[in-house]
Design a protein around this ligand. Structure first.
Ligand code: 2M8
Length: 440
């Protein structure tokens, strides 16, 4: 067992403990997000894991990415889950996805039929910066380019430089308040039949409700019945959202891909084109001048989703907020009634949903607790725009949380209590990155 609850653990001890979590979650091919709740390989989890491992175990980092690429579809998509045939205890199973219905599904490997934010490219760039990692960039470049092309070709329904997600699972923030209004519009004649498994591992109050899960399952079933034909799914699904978080990560990832192309002497025009168009489109369509926040655009309801969550601040991380960074930081991130500690409700930074939101819940999955990956994005964004003191404070809070409570999946901003699964891989991996790479 790991020695946890050591508020004074030295950086070296914390790195050791984090490495142990990753080693314990490691299978012969990849690292599970957690010991039991998530027994397969997840797309952006593995990217976060590789980012951390790149500092301490370069071969492990490269193998994590290689394992993820095994699941790539022939159209370029990297799915959100690659199933381990040996593992059980997770819903949905690969049988529910039935990806063999899709013309582009890979052979001989079981995956989901949707994707997740393309952190993989950002992880590969990190590997490429490590001594001994340069050759890996050449190895991964082709599959990464195919993945980016898939996003821009198949998920930009209006050709405007903004990609859409067709399931909350694609955002990685499944239970975000951003989906509530859209879900309220999805009326189900009949509950889909399924048995969730998550609540055998985690308390019900920390996980999505059954009503939310019904809609998760409805949307996945719909994509399956449409044989994962992206054009048809985008036309038929009641959930088609141009999400600020996914578009910001794709923009940052496009930037990394451009760097790699330059290093490798590959053509750059196509990637430069994506960057130019998305940069303009994100600001023109997703920025709300009145609220001083970026919002997702709901393509079915044809409106911005005016929910204040950390997703709204992701342009800081991506470097898309040159004109707005001061408003995002001063009016929101450091505002005591939204994200900053006020000494009463919020003790640690940063809750994933603004405290001013009617949906803020400090215990419920993606509706208020602190997540290490979101803090990591905000730290990098604050550093990028020169808010070094603010970045230092969030970094310090993040490390205190894992020191106090262990590498939990999420944390209560009032008490630092850990929720969700313990021994969560990305909490460990990103703590390593924060301890080793001060980035400034
Ligand atoms: C959570 O999502 C999965 C579905 O993909 C689940 O709840 O079963 C999210 O937090 C997601 O961001 C994460 O990648 C995944 C595994 O950690 O768990």
């Amino acid at each position: 067992m790991h020695a946890m609850n050591q508020p004074t653990a030295s950086p070296e001890t914390l790195i050791e403990q984090a490495r142990q979590v990753l080693a314990d979650n490691r299978t012969s091919l990849f690292t599970k997000p957690s010991p039991r709740l998530y027994p397969h390989q997840w797309n952006w989890d593995s990217a976060f894991i590789a980012l951390g491992l790149a500092h301490v175990d370069l071969t492990g980092a490269m193998n994590e990415i290689r394992s993820l690429l095994r699941g790539q579809w022939r159209n370029g998509m990297i799915p959100h889950i690659i199933y381990s045939p040996k593992a059980s205890g997770y819903f949905p199973s690969p049988q529910r996805w039935q990806i063999s219905r899709a013309a582009d599904a890979p052979q001989g490997i079981l995956t989901s039929g949707i994707t997740q934010p393309p952190m993989i490219t950002i992880a590969v760039r990190q590997i490429g910066k490590s001594a001994g990692g340069q050759a890996f960039v050449r190895e991964a470049y082709g599959p990464l380019l195919a993945y980016h092309r898939w996003f821009h070709r198949e998920r930009d329904p209006r050709g405007e430089g903004l990609v859409a997600i067709v399931h909350p699972w694609e955002s990685g923030q499944d239970n975000s308040p951003r989906w509530i209004e859209i879900f309220n519009r999805i009326r189900l004649d009949q509950r889909p039949e399924y048995r969730r498994q998550d609540r055998q591992w985690v308390a019900a109050g920390e996980r999505p409700t059954d009503d939310v899960y019904d809609r998760f399952v409805f949307l996945m079933d719909l994509a399956r019945t449409l044989d994962y034909d992206q054009r048809v799914v985008l036309a038929e699904s009641p959930f088609v959202v141009q999400d600020v978080l996914v578009n910001s990560i794709l923009y940052a990832a496009d930037g990394c891909l451009l760097e790699m192309a330059q290093q490798l002497g590959e053509p750059v025009e196509e990637i430069q084109g994506w960057l130019n168009t998305s940069r303009r489109a994100i600001r023109a369509k997703l920025w709300d001048e009145a609220d001083g926040l970026y919002y997702d655009y709901d393509l079915r309801g044809e409106q911005l989703v005016r929910e204040n969550t950390l997703g709204s601040l992701m342009p800081l991380y991506a470097g898309l907020a040159d004109l707005e960074h001061a408003r995002l930081v001063r009016e929101h991130l450091t505002n005591r009634s939204e994200y900053a500690p006020d000494g009463i409700v919020s003790y640690f930074q940063i809750p994933t949903t603004s405290k001013s939101s009617r949906y803020f819940n400090p215990r419920a999955y993606w509706r208020g607790p602190i997540w290490v990956n979101m803090n990591w994005f905000m730290i990098r964004g604050l550093e990028r725009y020169g808010y070094h003191e603010e970045a230092r404070q969030v970094r310090q809070d993040t490390l205190s949380l894992v020191r106090k409570s262990g590498f939990h999946e999420y944390f209560d901003p009032r008490t630092a209590q850990g929720y969700g699964t313990p021994a969560f891989s990305w909490s460990a991996a990103l703590a390593i990155d924060l301890l080793i790479d001060s980035h400034a």
